[in-house]
Design a binder for this molecule. Structure first.
Ligand code: THU
Length: 158
């Protein structure tokens, strides 16, 4: 695993990791006790955060990454460059990596952003950080190109 330390990140990557860390402190995760934060950099430079939001019906849980993308969508953002993710208090010193569902969501967001979204994945101590684009995190992805889409002209799908 080719990891970096926080000090080797660019200024914008550092900012995203910090924002993700702040968002993790707002996580609602009484079941897993595993707070996760995400920070999404939009094309216009704005940053939208998310944190995991759990439920006693475990399957209703929403990961930090999807909270951030859904929030961005509700704000009318449809173009993204990068996302940072960090978790607190896990048992591993490895960087957190997004779950399969979040990879799928990030992949499609990348398609309509016309970008291979950069994913910055940090461990809690920020001394092991992976930076990998979503197409590498989800090879052979299923995507809108694989289905027949009934388009409404307002939809951004390609
Ligand atoms: N979780 C995230 O928010 N993002 C990830 O990338 C992995 C997992 C959350 C879901 C659940 O609230 C907790 O972490 C434990 O799985």
């Amino acid at each position: 695993m080719q990891t970096k330390t926080y000090s080797k990140l660019s200024d914008v990557q550092k900012l995203l990791v910090k924002k993700a860390e702040e968002a993790a402190s707002n996580s609602y995760s009484p079941y897993s006790m595993f707070p996760v934060g995400a920070a999404l950099l939009c094309e216009d430079g704005s940053i939208i955060t998310g944190s995991n939001y759990e439920n006693a019906s475990y399957g209703a849980t929403i990961c930090a990454e999807r909270v951030a993308i859904s929030r961005a969508n509700a704000e009318g953002m449809r173009s993204f460059r990068s996302m940072a993710i960090i978790a607190k208090g896990g048992k591993s010193s490895n960087p957190i990596t997004p779950c399969g569902i979040c990879r799928q969501i990030l992949y499609e967001a990348g398609r309509y952003s016309n970008r291979d979204i950069e994913v910055i994945m940090s461990n809690e101590k920020k001394d092991r950080i992976l930076v990998i684009n979503i197409s590498k995190l989800l090879p052979f992805a299923f995507s809108p190109k694989d289905i027949v889409i009934k388009r409404r002209s307002s939809l951004p799908h390609k």
